[in-house]
Design a protein around this ligand. Sequence first.
Ligand SMILES: Cc1cc2nc3c(=O)[nH]c(=O)nc-3n(C[C@H](O)[C@H](O)[C@H](O)COP(=O)(O)O)c2cc1C
Length: 195
Amino acid sequence: MKEKGLSKKKIVLFIVLGILGFVIIFAAGLPLYGNYLASKEFPQKEQVMLPPQPNGQKMLIVYQPSSNSNITEEVANKIAQGALEKGTEVKLMRPGNDANIDLKDFDIIVFGTPWYFQPSKKLIDFMQKPGDYTSKKVVLYITCGGQDDPEMFEIMVKHLEGANIVGRELFHVEKEKHEAIFKNASDLGKKIGER
Ligand SMILES: Cc1cc2nc3c(=O)[nH]c(=O)nc-3n(C[C@H](O)[C@H](O)[C@H](O)COP(=O)(O)O)c2cc1C
């Protein structure tokens, strides 16, 4: 007699194939999503912040925002606050639509990016523009899940020929509490903003 409906074997096969399909889509889709986020351009948002007691230094913070937790933007704001406390003027901006910026106007340049299997492509484009970084303090920061690999910074450094890089900071959003991240970011701003 013929069996009615699906046999047990077929059901197991469907489930296994379903799980396999999901794993393949996830494994291929996540890097693609990462690539999409890393390439995304956001509307420009420029902000100049003047310290109460200027020390004569100017800092430029170029950071890539995101559509996720936006921790990278928060960290940029905290670095700015720390630097302001030490008397440094701060300009905050995003990469892209940045034709007016002249690096000559700044003593300290901070680059910030979230890590989506790679740094922000818009930020790398910004770094590749002609500009002399040799006479400036340059600081790099990355926000990421938990990856801890010096190679992450090397990927960025190679676009900053001759730069005097005085800081490389990793902020781990899955390992550290946000308050701790923001405190470290503010301390970083104070340290590099001090004359
Ligand atoms: C698609 C995607 C890819 C990611 N890739 C990595 C990664 O390779 N290494 C890592 O440590 N964290 C990774 N993360 C975590 C983010 O780097 C982390 O959440 C970061 O703080 C996001 O910053 P944002 O909120 O400013 O976008 C990834 C997150 C997403 C959504």
